[in-house]
Design a protein around this ligand. Structure first.
Ligand SMILES: Cc1cc2nc3c(=O)[nH]c(=O)nc-3n(C[C@H](O)[C@H](O)[C@H](O)COP(=O)(O)OP(=O)(O)OC[C@H]3O[C@@H](n4cnc5c(N)ncnc54)[C@H](O)[C@@H]3O)c2cc1C
Length: 306
């Protein structure tokens, strides 16, 4: 339940950011539609939907007719149940990062890129400056948001951050005419279409079984997914990417000042896109206002202490 609430606050934070940045922020709303193709999966989905509804989340089981009304191009095949989570959305991570950096720059932030943190200058056990590939930067606090490199950077401050390897392969097309508006989670793979028309497909959000980024694999995967979205059959493959999700050992985020420290602030999580705008705001409150924010209490590094 606390992690559900954190994600709900995360969606709310995206809504607020979208209201502030408008069309500069590449995000689409309309929800997520997920369907199943066996009685067993349908039973699991019905149970999950009931649990989310009991938590007050807007998600409903819908029928094929409703799916067709929502997404006329989708061919779901044999379906045992369908759920629509209405308030969810999807963002283009790279373009959204650029829009947020532009907004931060207008607000007075200095962006230095590309620059690597290579060491820390500590004095009496406290951070004085960050050593970078472009020189030294004086700092009261270093926010470590380095994804899978977080353990390496945190180790410079004497901290151990336990992550697990979680690779994920995504297949991207070139920009296509708009064919879907929502995130589609089908039994054979997931599909979304970005604001710029590019269609992105992937197997699931768990660790990938195959880690190949060959064009052959990409083309085969588009062919497979064209059973669900026929327009993919004629779509041109742009690239296949292999990404490593920064997945903390117990699956949940690691956020905040480690015990006894006020100079290093950690932010590492596998749902960094969903949670990014929220965690940015909560981290700023903890760092600048010196408050411990309640929704972050379950996610401190100390829980891994043995
Ligand atoms: C296949 C796949 C599917 C995903 N699906 C979802 C999803 O459905 N929902 C979701 O919310 N998220 C998803 N993610 C996002 C992902 O899992 C992360 O949560 C997210 O990218 C974390 O963002 P971040 O900025 O913390 O880290 P990253 O995006 O990893 O960025 C870290 C940055 O730190 C930089 N860095 C590293 N070391 C240093 C150093 N020493 N000095 C300076 N800079 C450094 C890196 O160059 C990089 O730019 C997915 C990722 C993948 C790969």
């Amino acid at each position: 339940m606390p992690y559900f609430t954190l994600n709900l606050l995360g969606i709310q934070a995206w809504r607020e950011l979208h209201a502030e940045l408008g069309s500069a922020l590449p995000v689409t709303w309309g929800g997520t539609v997920e369907w199943t193709s066996s009685a067993e999966q349908a039973a699991r989905q019905a149970e999950a939907v009931r649990r989310f509804q009991a938590w007050g989340y807007p998600i409903h089981l819908i029928d094929r007719q409703r799916l067709r009304a929502l997404e006329k191009n989708i061919v779901p095949g044999d379906v045992t149940s369908i759920a629509h989570a209405e308030i969810e959305g999807s963002a283009d991570p790279v373009l959204a990062t650029e829009a947020i950096l532009a907004r931060a720059t207008r607000a007075g932030a200095q962006v230095r890129y590309p620059v690597e943190v290579v060491g820390l200058d500590m004095q009496n056990g406290r951070l004085r400056a960050v050593k970078t590939s472009a020189g030294q930067v004086e700092a009261d606090v270093l926010v470590v948001a380095c994804g899978t490199d977080t353990p390496r950077v945190a180790a410079m401050a004497g901290l151990t951050v336990p992550l697990t390897r979680s690779p994920g392969v995504l297949v991207h097309t070139t920009p296509q005419p708009r064919v879907i508006d929502r995130i589609m989670l089908s039994p054979i793979g997931n599909i979304k279409q970005k604001v710029n028309g590019r269609i992105v497909t992937g197997l699931d959000f768990g660790p990938a079984a195959v880690e190949t980024t060959s064009r052959e694999h990409g083309e085969q995967f588009l062919e497979r997914m064209s059973a669900v979205l026929p327009q993919l059959a004629g779509a041109e493959l742009d690239k296949v990417t292999l990404g490593l999700r920064p997945l903390p050992k117990d699956g949940h985020p690691i956020i905040g000042f480690p015990e006894g420290r006020r100079d290093i602030y950690l932010t590492v999580m596998h749902s960094g896109i969903t949670l990014g705008p929220l965690i940015g705001r909560l981290a700023a409150t903890e760092i600048l206002d010196g408050v411990q924010v309640d929704p972050l209490a379950p996610y401190r590094l100390e829980r891994f202490k043995t």
